[in-house]
Ligand binder design. Sequence first.
Ligand SMILES: Nc1ncnc2c1ncn2[C@@H]1O[C@H](COP(=O)(O)OP(=O)(O)O)[C@@H](O)[C@H]1O
Ligand SMILES: N[C@@H](CCC(=O)OP(=O)(O)O)C(=O)O
Length: 373
Amino acid sequence: MRIQAISDLGSARRLVVKIGSALLVEDGKPASDRLKSLARDLAELRERGTEIIVVSSGAIALGAARLDLPKGGRASLADAQAAASVGQVALAQLWAEALGEHDLLAAQMLVTLGDLEDRRRYLNAAATIERLLETGAVPVVNENDSVATEEIRFGDNDRLAARVAQAARADAVLLLSDVDGLFDRPPDQEGAVLIERVEGVTPEILAMADTGSSSGIGSGGMASKLEAAKIAGRAGIMLAIVNGTRLPPIASAVAANRGTVFLPVRSDSARKAWLGGRLACEGALTVDAGCVSALARGASLLAAGVTRVEGDFQRGDLVQIDGPDGERLGQGLVEYNAEECRAIMGMREGEQEAQLGYVPRAAVVHRDHMVRS
Ligand SMILES: Nc1ncnc2c1ncn2[C@@H]1O[C@H](COP(=O)(O)OP(=O)(O)O)[C@@H](O)[C@H]1O
Ligand SMILES: N[C@@H](CCC(=O)OP(=O)(O)O)C(=O)O
């Protein structure tokens, strides 16, 4: 069944539920009533046949309090990593107890960006989730903050939740936040209006989100939720943002049918969805206007159309593809390393072999390994 509305969520075959720090941690302590109420909601969904995967924030907020470290953006990376190490133990214990009250077994999965960027590791994570669900356990996922560095981390569990939903082939992602959904401007501004339904995360939609978290605890903000909606949408997965402050968090939101629903506008193949949801480009190729038209027709990216090469990437790495004005056109797996790309850019096929020293490949980025933004 395609999930088209918040009121449909109870019919989802497989649902990823993400809960932010601002809901789970209050003044450095667990919001126990809310966690217990959420666990009851999840147990009821399970009873009715929905498989559940939880993505839970809160490790840094809990750990920072226990270590008496600065919270939010003021914390250093080392502080955040130390806090996450301490907080994750507490967070896992809280989930084990809350789900255990309903005879549900919590299964902790800590993932790094690389676990979902690398295709082999992505499929490995997908297999683990599948096996856990088969056993009846409830995967409780968080970023492995204690080892994530600035450059290679999700940094927010919204996009992580969308990537987990892709890997798990879920029907929907539910982001529980401290706001009713996406408003046409930051909700504290005069006249802000709730956007109830979005089909396609356009630049206009992205512009509505003021980055950063209002709670000062969370790190995702609305911008990361919109990026998450784009990632989910590529895989044909609906994403909803609802207010999780009311108890019971999910049942209240489903009954009210209030929030923002992002409906998928395409359904790439599983591999293309994985490729489109990748977040870590190792370089960028700028192409000319002729190439922009060719890519729009579904062609591969040829060296003749490349006007600029940025980064120091290897063959097989993910690179961003930009138009002449810097607009992001898409991303894909590059067939040459950066040095070779610089050597053959702008050249027709016949000129390339002399530069490469071997017969050139069909394209710089083949259309089968490319997704458009
Ligand atoms: N256009 C917008 N619509 C809704 N919320 C917005 C918007 N722009 C900024 N925000 C802020 O984003 C916050 C939600 O993000 P965040 O605090 O990270 O929550 P979470 O802990 O769920 O990730 C809201 O509390 C709100 O103040
Ligand atoms: N991995 C981090 C959560 C990062 C995050 O996305 O937080 P939030 O914006 O509160 O959902 C933690 O456990 O604290």
